[in-house]
Design a protein. Structure first.
Length: 145
C-alpha cells in the first residue's frame, strides 16, 4: 500500500543520499531552507518503507512574474522502486498541495536525465541547460497551476 505524508527534513536524507548525492557525505543532503516553516517535505511510503521523497520550498524565481511560487527540490525515488509511478505520484501530490495553498507556479532545476519525466507531466523547460557544481547539468522547468 502506498501512502504520502509530510515528514521532517532529516528523514529525507536516507533517500536523498543514495539517489541525489551518491558517494558524497550526508551533509551534502542538507539543503538551505530545509527547516524553514514555509518548507514542506513529503515522503512516499510503500508498505511503510520510505521509498520516495520530494521537498517544496516557498521560493521566488524572478524569471517568472507569478507572485505565489513554489520550488520543488530533492525529488528522489530509491533505485529499486523507480519506474513504478512513485515519482509521478509525489509530483502530483505536490501539485495538489500547491493548488490548495493558492500557488500559481511550480518551478525547479531538473537534472538533464529527468527532463523527459517532467515533460510527460506538462512541465516546460525555459532557457539553456546549465551546470550545478558537483551535481551536473540541469534545466529550469516550470508549470503554471
Amino acid at each position: 500500500m502506498i501512502q504520502i505524508k509530510e515528514i521532517p527534513s532529516k528523514e529525507t536524507y536516507i533517500v536523498r543520499q543514495p539517489v541525489l548525492r551518491k558517494g558524497k557525505p550526508i551533509e551534502s543532503c542538507i539543503f538551505e531552507g530545509d527547516d524553514l516553516d514555509t518548507t514542506h517535505h513529503f515522503g512516499l511510503f510503500d508498505n511503510e518503507n520510505l521509498t520516495g521523497i520530494i521537498s517544496l520550498f516557498k521560493q521566488i524565481n524572478t524569471t517568472f512574474a507569478e507572485k505565489n511560487q513554489a520550488q520543488i527540490r530533492g525529488m528522489a525515488v530509491l533505485e529499486t522502486h523507480q519506474k513504478k509511478g512513485f515519482g509521478e505520484a509525489l509530483v502530483k501530490y505536490c501539485e495538489e498541495y500547491c493548488i490548495e495553498e493558492n500557488v500559481d507556479l511550480i518551478w525547479f532545476n531538473a537534472r538533464t536525465a529527468a527532463v523527459g519525466f517532467y515533460k510527460k507531466m506538462n512541465y516546460q523547460t525555459i532557457g539553456e541547460a546549465f551546470d550545478i557544481k558537483d551535481v551536473g547539468e540541469h534545466s529550469l522547468m516550470f508549470k503554471k497551476l
